[in-house]
Design a binder for this molecule. Structure first.
Ligand code: FMN
Length: 182
């Protein structure tokens, strides 16, 4: 698959078949994330693969409430990946203080993209999930209270009839300019 095809095919998948994701494929997605760039090569992440019951269901349940049902689809996903934000290197922390920037979440976003693009190449569907009950997921997975969870990714096989949607995006001339702003 060309890179252009890959980014067209990658979309948020919110329905899954029940079949499990093969370990070999999980490892390939994690390897793609591992090779991702990060500020000062700090790699401020830890990926927790959750594919065993009852943990998987408990983590899924922490992504929606009776009022905010948007993420209820996670119950179908055979696998959820929890990306824990780890402390960057001292040099990165100092640079962040000097520049007033917060790079670890950017790093996690890039690594998550690597993960999701690889998953797409392997025929898997993913959805990045930013809305979740962090305290509850930390309890379920024994993640220390002082840590931050950056993002979740649901992973699984989309059903055969899952449509490839047209991407809804800003028009090119409203998101780019050459040699001037805006
Ligand atoms: C940081 C981040 C958080 C997101 N959180 C959620 C979420 O909680 N629930 C959800 O269904 N989709 C979530 N998404 C998916 C976006 O809604 C989706 O990427 C966007 O609408 C574009 O659609 P596409 O991924 O199909 O191209 C999130 C995406 C990102 C990058």
């Amino acid at each position: 698959m060309s890179f252009s095809e890959l980014i067209t095919k990658r979309q948020s998948v919110r329905r899954y078949e029940s079949r499990a994701v093969e370990d070999e494929k999980i490892m390939q997605c994690l390897e793609s994330a591992r090779l991702s760039p990060s500020a000062s090569n700090s790699q401020p992440w830890h990926f927790v693969v959750v594919n065993r019951e009852p943990l998987r269901t408990e983590v899924a349940r922490a992504t929606f409430t009776e009022i905010k049902l948007i993420n209820k689809f996670t119950l179908q996903a055979p696998m959820l990946v929890v990306i824990v934000q780890e402390k960057p290197k001292l040099i990165t922390r100092l640079a962040m203080q000097v520049k007033g920037k917060e790079w670890p979440l950017i790093d996690i976003g890039i690594a998550a993209t690597h993960f999701c693009l690889k998953a797409t190449e392997l025929g898997l569907g993913t959805c990045m999930i930013g809305w979740f009950d962090e305290t509850r997921i930390k309890e379920v997975l024994n993640i220390p209270g002082g840590k931050t969870i950056g993002l979740l990714i649901s992973v699984g096989y989309p059903p055969a009839d899952y449509p490839l949607r047209t991407k809804v995006r800003k028009q090119p001339d409203s998101m780019m300019s050459f040699n001037k702003y805006p």
